[in-house]
Design a protein around this ligand. Sequence first.
Ligand SMILES: [Zn+2]
Length: 716
Amino acid sequence: MKEFKRYLITAALPYANGPVHIGHLAGCYIPADIYVRYLRAKNKDVKFVGGSDEHGVPITIRALKENISPQEVVDKYHTLIKNSFEQMGISFDIYSRTSNSIHHKTASDFFLNLYEKGLFEEKETEQYYDEEKQIFLADRYITGTCPVCGYPGAYGDQCENCGSSLSPEQLINPRSTLSDAVPVKKKTTHWYFPLQNYEPFLRQWILDEHKDWKNNVYGQCKSWLDKGLQPRAMTRDSGWGVKVPLPEAEGKVLYVWFDAPIGYISATKELLTNWEDYWCKEGTKLVHFIGKDNIVFHCIIFPAMLKAHGNFVLPDNVPANEFLNIEGQKVSTSRNWAVWVDEYLKDFPDQQDVLRYVLCANAPETKDNDFTWKDFQDRNNSELVAIFGNFVNRTFVLMHKLCNGKVPKLHSEILDSKDEQMMQEFSNTKLKIENSLDQYKFRDALFEIIDLARKGNRYLQEKEPWKKASALEGLDTSEADRGSQVQEKLQKEIDNSLHICLQLTANLAIFINPFLPFTAKKMIQMMKVIDKMLEWDNAGKRKLLSVGYSLRSPELLFRKIDDTEINLQVEKLTNNKIETNIMSETKKSEIDELSNQPGNPGIKNPGKPIIQYDHFSKVDLKVGTIISAEKIEKADKLLRLEIDMGFEKRTIVSGIALHFKPEEIAGKQVVVVANLAPRKMRGIESNGMILMAEDKEGKLYFVSPEDKINPGASVT
Ligand SMILES: [Zn+2]
């Protein structure tokens, strides 16, 4: 394995327009923290940097809506997020923020470096503009009447009444959601980074030289590269962000995904005077921990920027995790379907390690995973309490009862194969954990630790020192010689098993330390040893606690979590859920990706902005046959349709009543968006959407296969 002189570990910059939830923790902060704590225990030169991402459209919009300044928005959430991380034991060496002046300077110098090399392409495009608020509008911030169903509150990207997806140009009477003003088209100039020029470099660097990256990361990179890279605008029209450092760029800031990753550099600068050792010298291992929605920015765009600049090291690995769902549903901040870290900390005081444990044991390392409160309870009660905690507690109780609270001697002359085997496991486990952690397989490593505690319980159960102790008490000591020989042997056996269990406990403390630091701390207090014992070099050793050393009374490491606590959490989650359309998510990545990218040069599309294939491929289109249609009371525009989808029958509410008579359309074949989230309209749950074409006069036509085909057929 390649040796490095120093390690620079980063964790994704959370967006400062809301608190962090457990999906964030599982996605990157817990794995990053485990990795960093492991490296620190190995006495490596490691720095862990992070900070809040405080720029971008959603923050300015939020500020406008709440009538406060963007600075007030980010101040509030930066503090909240920082506190949550600290309390969860996420041990950043620095947790900075991109609104700091050092970051503005660093990002703006970075831009100038590329600008002076003549790398940017300047282009003019047209975008909708709100003259009153003086802001260019992303699609979501334009509202108007839906051309399909006539609903007056449709958005520039979608009508939430009939589900039609729209572009701002299609809206009748478009208005800005921010001021209600009529938006105007305005020309604007931006600076594009020619990403396509870096394709050969990226192909070689990722596809040839980093086959060691996780499959999900490698695969996503490959698919981006195979689709071909496009120039990307690296500037935006906004008053909030890092100002574009050019005299002709008044009112423009750096694109948030240009400035945010540079935040890692700024934070390191803020932390260290010798920051260049970490960023500019060979021998640094740079690792970015992120969630899967950030892969393209960290594996494609940022490395291309670093390459273009030329002074910086490139990441050695980007071990991105997939998403963590909650109780079977995708986390949604706008619907409040999330477990918020600040609330967990209030509801479960001093239980940080339980959450760290569950989120690591169930981490979405290779695919999306599900967090359920029941699983949280089960893992706590049957793994932490019943296996790990139980072993440590039994060992301490027995040692106080049978060995006067002191570490007993090891009588090597009577060691049997079970004793030997148990001690052999110390170093075996160490190797397995190292092997897993070096490959960013945190779940596997954690499993080995619990498995070692499980083996400890089994060993204790087989040795039964308590039975030997009662046998000792029952011995008839009057038969002096014979008795004392038996007595001596029994006592030696008791000593041996507890000696081994105590050394195992010390090993467990070292192993668990990167994962559950609060628990490791309690354990070293019980063993009355100093922090230094937790160094990784000590792992696997058989003599960590000295013979005759007296230890403290046991303290319970974990407590049972009962049904009422869990039911309360499930209720809280369900009660706080807000029913809205799934498309109203205000996700930075999506908004910046889809709506706010100033026209993509190269491809002409008169309607909506260009999307990538994987966005399109998420839409499941199927042919269905209309079985029946009926009018809905008090909704003159809507029809309730029963559709034969081949594999099932579905109800779909469609805004076509002004165009078709119910009795005329039965038997008609249509194209259905089959995987649209269900939505209630006038009390009826609609499960999908029918595709319609509209002519210049506003007349609607079904999109149908030319000949009758089997319902359920895919449209691809
Ligand atoms: Zn509509």
